[in-house]
Design a protein. Structure first.
Length: 365
């Protein structure tokens, strides 16, 4: 076993293993790591789409033997866990996702090279799991990292506990990162508001139907914040290089706040749409887009888009969960700012830059 990592490790010894490498966070993190000169390995079930310069590792973390075999001989210094597997109940989420973290870190223990493990969770740490979302006794907003865990089952807590146990056993440092809704590019992702809204807006524009805000009055009128995947990547890397960040949990958002009644108009303008008036009525995207798969296939064919399967691009259920919250959600960033993490990303620009990338990559018309 190596001694716990020290700050200032030179680039020769910086070998990152990005787990969930093809997801929104994984993609952005890999881009940033390569730009900073890291050696990068990417683990995913299907890593074939990973960019050049990344060692591709195919593994299903739910299978401990397969995970052990896939990681045999790998000697990463830093591990970034950016993945989870959605299950039908929170009890299953806990069983499966806690086991995935254990299987990963057990497989890496023998090499003894890991110095830091970063785990990405999210604001369900404060809001509760999907099946009891924002329904229990919630801490006061803005959410702060020192607030106690909710007295409910939550797979984020199981992931953290697996991380803490492995760190105590193997002697590495850890960090936990809690983003709000993450905006970034990925295909086949289970939680993808940015691309979901881009597809929805494109369908509205093509058909002439109203561009309705799908969420609650609380979200329309209240303050909120978001997390650009690139902003999350910056904090993940920063935490590996900052002594005070060792063994700490951090909120991570863009640094601005907004109201959806303002942002919705901004998104409509980008797509050259008129935003429909908000009446306070919930209009969930899961219902609005229920019959849109054939329409998207036709639109993709007409514009030569590279993905005609709408289900690979959108996650209406998750966007509805975020935009339908009955309370204002704002996150405090003071903890990491006091330690020197000062990066900032305007949230409207995060959407606009994503939309431009989706159009450039022929994913939206």
């Amino acid at each position: 076993m190596v001694a716990p990592w020290s700050i200032g490790v030179d680039s020769v010894t910086r070998h990152a293993l990005v787990v969930g490498a093809t997801g929104i966070t994984g993609n952005a993190l890999i881009d940033q790591l390569l730009a900073e000169g890291w050696e990068v390995s990417g683990l995913a079930r299907r890593p074939d789409t990973l960019r050049a310069g990344v060692r591709r590792i195919a593994a299903d973390l739910q299978d401990p033997a397969a995970t052990q075999a896939a990681l045999a001989g790998l000697t990463p210094t830093h591990v970034f866990i950016t993945t989870w597997a959605r299950q039908a109940t929170e009890a299953e989420n806990i069983r499966v996702n806690g086991a995935m973290v254990r299987h990963l870190l057990d497989a890496l223990a023998e090499a003894g090279t890991v110095r830091h493990v970063a785990l990405v969770t999210g604001l369900k740490h404060y809001l509760g799991p999907f099946e009891a979302y924002a329904q229990s006794s919630l801490p006061q907003t803005p959410f702060r990292e020192d607030q106690d865990r909710l007295d409910v089952d939550n797979f984020y807590y199981a992931q953290e506990d697996a991380l803490f146990a492995a760190a105590a056993r193997d002697g590495f440092h850890w960090s936990v990162h809690r983003p709000h809704t993450v905006i970034g590019a990925a295909v086949g992702n289970a939680m993808n508001m940015g691309t979901t809204l881009a597809v929805y807006a494109s369908l509205c524009k093509a058909s002439g139907r109203p561009f309705y805000f799908p969420g609650s009055a609380a979200q329309w009128n209240g303050l909120t914040d978001m997390t650009d995947a690139r902003q999350l990547a910056r904090q993940l890397i920063w935490a590996t290089q900052t002594p005070a960040a060792a063994n700490q949990a951090f909120n991570i958002v863009n640094g601005d706040v907004f109201r959806w009644r303002w942002m919705w108009q901004r998104l409509a303008q980008w797509f050259e749409l008129e935003a429909a008036p908000f009446t306070g009525e919930l209009r969930p995207l899961e219902q609005q887009m229920a019959d849109d798969a054939p329409r998207w296939k036709a639109l993709a064919g007409a514009h030569g888009l590279v993905e005609s399967d709408m289900t690979r691009l959108v996650s209406p259920w998750h966007t509805d969960a975020d935009l339908g919250r009955p309370l204002e959600v704002v996150t405090d960033m003071s903890k990491s700012r006091r330690m020197g993490f000062l990066a900032y990303q305007p949230s409207d620009d995060a959407f606009f830059e994503l939309f431009a990338r989706l159009r450039r990559d022929k994913l939206i018309p």
